[in-house]
Design a protein around this ligand. Structure first.
Ligand SMILES: [Zn+2]
Length: 750
């Protein structure tokens, strides 16, 4: 290891010398935001050594070891993996321990799905072992199911509801079809899975079946496993249907840590649990049910890839769905490893990835976990040479992410006060593979991620991961204007974060500045949450050679090390201003669009246009005219943005000056990393107060998909005009609070 790093340093110095002698005959300045010229150079040297310690074979070995057995929350495999990870951190020289929580986790006792009319068919509900996949025949796999489905024994007619989203039910209503007292069958895709049973339940369904249509991730998308990566006819996507958009984590302990003696809710009172039975199935099991449906032919864009004519139903098809679960408390093992900071031990740079999987989970989550362990190993090597991070690094391997972000949520709820005092940043990753950098998070950290992306090399093309991502963004843009805009942009733009991984509690509940990083886009397939997310699959289709495992370590590790060592933390709130300004324009547009759509729709209804345009032999139910859309007063928000622009500009001038001064900046740094907490609202979002961030939340009807300025946007979408106005005022208040806070920092540091 050491020899290799020395070699790289020499190579680097050689090239640096060359560049130096050919260009400006002055002191070469390495620029990293938040570092003065000297410390930036030291940091660059550190990163070269950090990279040299990363080893792709070792990442591959850890992926193999940690995916060797099924390791869902509460299983012996999860406990074993937590022990393995703990031993690794300790062997790297970290101060590591396991924090255990007691959390609810249902596992299936009874699973029956059968068609009893017009013909009979008993669903297999089983993914077969494959000789090409060594772990696919293991005994202790969790069966195919949706965690948090209710117990239930129901028999009823079946209705095909497309992707099961609110707009699909509007289409059904026009056809005169409803799901009341019936069982809805929905396709996976277009939204987080938990939205489908939730919307079915809202419309009176007594059960919900979710299947994977071959058009989406089966033979319609590519060759199926094991020939290719896509879903075979028996593949099933497991997954949680907890209503995480109400609150994630253990359903029995909202807002508090699920410690041994925590006060627990009665399960039937948990507001994030569904009341109807829900079951995921393969397209092999879905085909007989769909084929037997009567009723109108499904609209063209509802039809999938099965060789049948898709009907909406109902008809003679009757289905019996019976599910029962063991609702037990299990142990949730979070592995927490610390490397104490030499100068600011009470400032924490957090890095996390979950370790639990639905089954073997080589891709989700072990690929990210192995990259994170490799970072910890490399940092351990650096510490052995006498170096230490200035701030404390906290590496977290979470359990229980799959059922509902349980390990991270319970840990962060337990340590909430300490985190709001000490947490400088939380950097998340999850399953990762070959392709392009994906980066989302707190927009004040855009410069940090931009600079990191321009310093990491893409292993396939040898350009920077920034350039590769930019090329992909430009070429895949759908309009000429979008292409032009993407071409003109020379900095990386962070996506906004919704949900679906462990950053949620840090960002949306505590407003700890957060990032989510990963690689993908060339690793597509149909293995997600099935027994085929295995090592054998991973090495063929996800990241052969584990090159992107190293790239992820370089990316997330650099971000962590720069935040740990920065003289002045690289928060730039001007990016936050620009982003929120765009979001505000979007919500104003949304209102205007809704207004125009409503006017046109109401006119079409009034003039009978829909009826006249419909084939008279088919049913068309005319919907009621909708209420008029009022104008809302966005001025509080617009004024708050003007103030934010001024304060973020003033602060950035102070920041630019301060970073050049050799000082420890303790007070200023603390103010910077705690600033995002100003965006927490006191009440949280309407009907889901756990989500307190004014800017980012998972959508009530999109799940993982983000809603920015969620209170305003969702009130408009739900046509709740009074609430929309209230939310404009609440968000304006939060933004004003932030700009006063930033202005105060600027004034104090004049
Ligand atoms: Zn995951």
């Amino acid at each position: 290891m050491k020899k290799q790093s020395l070699f790289l340093v020499i190579i680097f110095l050689f090239f640096a010398q060359n560049i130096f002698s050919q260009s400006v005959p002055q002191v070469r300045e390495t620029k990293i935001s938040g570092f003065n010229a000297t410390s930036a150079e030291t940091q660059k040297q550190l990163e070269i050594k950090f990279d040299a310690n990363l080893n792709r074979e070792n990442i591959g070995k850890n992926i193999k070891n940690l995916s060797a057995k099924p390791h869902a929350l509460g299983s012996p495999g999860s406990k074993e993996n937590a022990g393995y990870i703990l031993a690794q951190y300790k062997s790297f020289g970290w101060d590591a321990k396991i924090e255990t929580f007691k959390v609810l986790f249902p596992s299936p006792k009874t699973r029956v799905l059968e068609m009893i009319a017009p013909t009979s068919y008993k669903a297999l509900l089983k993914e077969p072992a494959l000789k090409e996949d060594a772990t696919s025949g293991q005994a202790d796999q969790l069966p195919t199911y949706n965690a948090w489905s209710a117990d239930g024994d129901v028999t009823g007619d079946v209705v095909f509801v497309n992707y099961g989203l609110p707009a699909d039910y509007e289409e059904l209503a026009k056809m005169g079809i409803d799901v009341k007292g019936k069982i809805a069958i929905a396709k996976y895709g277009r939204s987080w899975r938990g939205i489908k049973p939730k919307v079915a339940q809202e419309h009176g369904a007594i059960g919900c079946i979710i299947y994977s249509d071959p058009k989406d991730d089966g033979y319609g998308a590519g060759d199926v496993y094991p020939k290719g990566a896509f879903k075979s006819e028996y593949g099933v996507q497991r997954g949680s249907v907890m209503d995480m958009v109400i609150y994630p984590g253990d359903p029995l302990t909202p807002g508090i840590g699920a410690t041994e003696d925590a006060k627990r809710l009665d399960r039937l009172k948990a507001t994030n649990l569904i009341k109807i039975p829900v079951l995921p199935i393969s397209y092999h099991d879905a085909k007989p049910l769909l084929e037997a449906l009567d009723g109108p032919v499904a609209p063209a864009d509802w039809r999938g890839g099965l060789p049948i004519t898709y009907h909406v139903g109902p008809g003679k098809t009757k289905v019996h769905l019976q599910l029962a679960f063991d609702w037990k408390l299990v142990s949730c093992y979070d592995v927490i490893a610390m490397m104490k900071g030499s100068q600011y031990p009470d400032e924490w740079v957090l890095r996390g990835n979950h370790h639990d999987a639905w089954v073997n989970g080589a891709s989700d989550p072990i690929s990210g976990q192995a990259a994170m362990l490799e970072e910890a190993k490399s940092i351990g090597e650096l510490v052995k040479t006498g170096w230490r991070p200035k701030r404390t690094l906290v590496y977290c391997s979470w359990d229980g992410e799959e059922p509902g972000l349980i390990g991270s949520t319970e840990w962060a709820e337990t340590h909430a006060d300490e985190l709001q005092k000490k947490a400088v940043v939380y950097i998340n990753s999850d399953g990762s593979g070959r392709g392009f950098l994906g980066a989302g998070g707190s927009h004040a950290l855009e410069t940090l991620v931009d600079e990191v992306a321009k310093d990491v090399t893409d292993p396939q093309t040898k350009v920077t991961v920034y350039e590769r991502r930019k090329a992909e963004t430009i070429t895949s843009a759908s309009t000429t204007k979008a292409k032009k805009d993407a071409l003109a942009k020379n900095t990386l733009q962070l996506d906004a974060l919704g949900s679906g991984s462990d950053f949620s509690v840090f960002l949306q509940h505590l407003a700890v500045p957060s990032l989510d990083l990963g690689y993908g886009g060339e690793n597509n397939g149909g293995e997600y949450h099935s027994i085929y997310d295995s090592y054998d699959n991973y090495v063929r289709f996800k990241d052969p050679g584990f090159y992107y495992g190293v790239t992820l370590s370089q990316t997330a590790g650099r971000a962590a090390l720069r935040m740990a060592n920065a003289d002045l933390l690289p928060f730039d709130f001007r990016h936050l201003y620009t982003t929120v300004n765009d979001y505000t324009k979007e919500t104003i547009d949304l209102l205007q669009q809704t207004k125009e759509n409503t006017e046109i729709e109401n006119q079409l209804i009034k003039t009978n246009a829909y009826v006249l345009a419909t084939d008279p032999t088919k049913t068309f139910i005319v919907q009621k005219a909708q209420d008029e859309v009022p104008y809302l007063d966005f001025s509080p928000l617009q004024n708050a943005l003007i103030a934010l622009q001024k304060s973020s500009d003033s602060l950035s001038k102070i920041w630019e000056r301060a970073v050049k001064i050799n000082s420890d900046h303790v007070a200023l740094n603390k103010s910077l990393y705690q600033a995002e907490q100003q965006l927490l609202t006191t009440t949280g979002l309407p009907r889901r107060g756990w989500y307190k961030h004014a800017l980012y939340a998972p959508g009530f009807y999109t799940g993982y998909g983000v809603k920015t300025l969620p209170g305003i946007r969702e009130a408009i979408e739900q046509r709740n005009w009074k609430e929309a106005q209230e939310q404009i005022n609440i968000d304006a208040q939060a933004i004003n609070k932030l700009s006063n806070y930033l202005m105060n920092i600027a004034d104090r540091n004049q």
